[in-house]
Design a protein around this ligand. Structure first.
Ligand code: SF4
Length: 315
């Protein structure tokens, strides 16, 4: 058995094999990312991705139902999500949307929260052309990760939200705007940014180099896959612990950075490439928080899974 603490350990090969099995379009139906693939206009994709990512808490079935219902209401009001966002720059547009989204609920969030989110995004588009342009303006190409750029964006968005609707901004809407500087692992933002910064058959890479939106970015600025941080949730978090990618017990921003640093040992240009596949183990209930012989002996990660080896030996 190779040492799991060494960069030459077998874990890199196991992760690649897991990615090959699960990083595939036929698994999109188990992920809110699928909604982004339904649109072709990059600004439609930017708002749909933002809604789909920020609502990604709770179980996947519930998330997909809530995102689908929100988009149905939005498209019932305007021809496209992009036109809906543009309509939110005025108070009359926001009032109309509040009426249309009245009754929509996703756990802690209600329709008015989505209207405020769209209104903040409309401000970003008016000021920068796209949210991507606003984000990368604060992303130093030499920065090792997105921490500072995300903090900068959230600070400005909180101010804008308070200016538009102070009561809502400090209520359930605030659940949308998590920041690394508050210690949160910012799972939903890291997932959104993975969609924006990676480009392959699953991740649209809207803010990557050479994409349509990047024509309006400041010179030399785009979101590099090497700067992304893993979206750490309950599934990827515990599996990362099983694989000794982090020793931290709390799944906070430092843990997300630590797991990302571990993953860089196998791909420094693209450390979050394994995220979608790792998350499938939890989302599809293929890794169940306990050692199950019939499941674990079939798992591609078993040779590196300290949890299964410990529990399995105990029997
Ligand atoms: S070996 Fe078992 S516990 Fe470990 S990651 Fe795989 S399914 Fe989960």
């Amino acid at each position: 058995m190779p040492s799991l603490n060494s960069p030459s350990s077998a874990l890199g090969g196991l992760l690649k094999s897991l990615q090959k099995s699960f990083h595939q379009k036929n698994y999109l139906s188990s992920d809110p990312l699928e909604f982004v693939h339904r649109y072709s206009d990059p600004l439609d994709q930017e708002i749909v991705a933002l809604i789909a990512a920020l609502l990604a808490y709770g179980n996947v079935k519930q998330i997909r139902r809530s995102v689908g219902e929100a988009l149905n209401k939005i498209e019932g009001l305007r021809q496209s999500p992009k036109l809906w966002v543009q309509s939110l720059s005025t108070e009359s547009g926001r009032a109309e949307s509040r009426r249309a989204l009245n009754g929509w609920v996703h756990r802690f969030n209600v329709g008015d929260d989505l209207v405020l989110l769209g209104a903040v995004l409309s401000q970003s588009w008016l000021a920068h052309g796209s949210m991507g342009a606003q984000f990368v303006a604060n992303l130093d190409p030499r920065a090792s990760d997105i921490s500072e750029a995300l903090d900068a964006l959230i600070r400005v968005w909180r101010k804008w939200a308070h200016a538009i609707d102070p009561t809502r901004a400090s209520g359930s809407f605030s659940y949308f705007l998590t920041a690394p500087e508050d210690g949160s692992c910012c799972k939903r933002w890291c997932m959104f940014l993975r969609w924006m910064g990676r480009k392959d058959e699953l991740d649209p890479g809207l803010w990557a180099q050479g994409e349509i939106l990047s024509a309006q970015f400041p010179p030399g600025r785009w979101l590099r896959a090497s700067q992304l941080v893993i979206p750490l949730d309950t599934h990827t978090g515990r599996i990362s612990q099983y694989l000794a990618l982090t020793k931290r017990k709390s799944l906070n921003w430092q843990a997300a950075l630590e797991v990302t640093a571990s993953l860089r040992r196998w791909d420094s240009d693209d450390p979050t490439r394994y995220d979608f596949a790792l998350a499938r183990l939890g989302i599809l209930d293929l890794c169940q928080r306990k050692y199950k012989k019939e499941i674990c002996t079939q798992c591609q990660l078993l040779p590196a899974c300290r949890f299964a080896r410990k529990k399995g030996i105990r029997g």
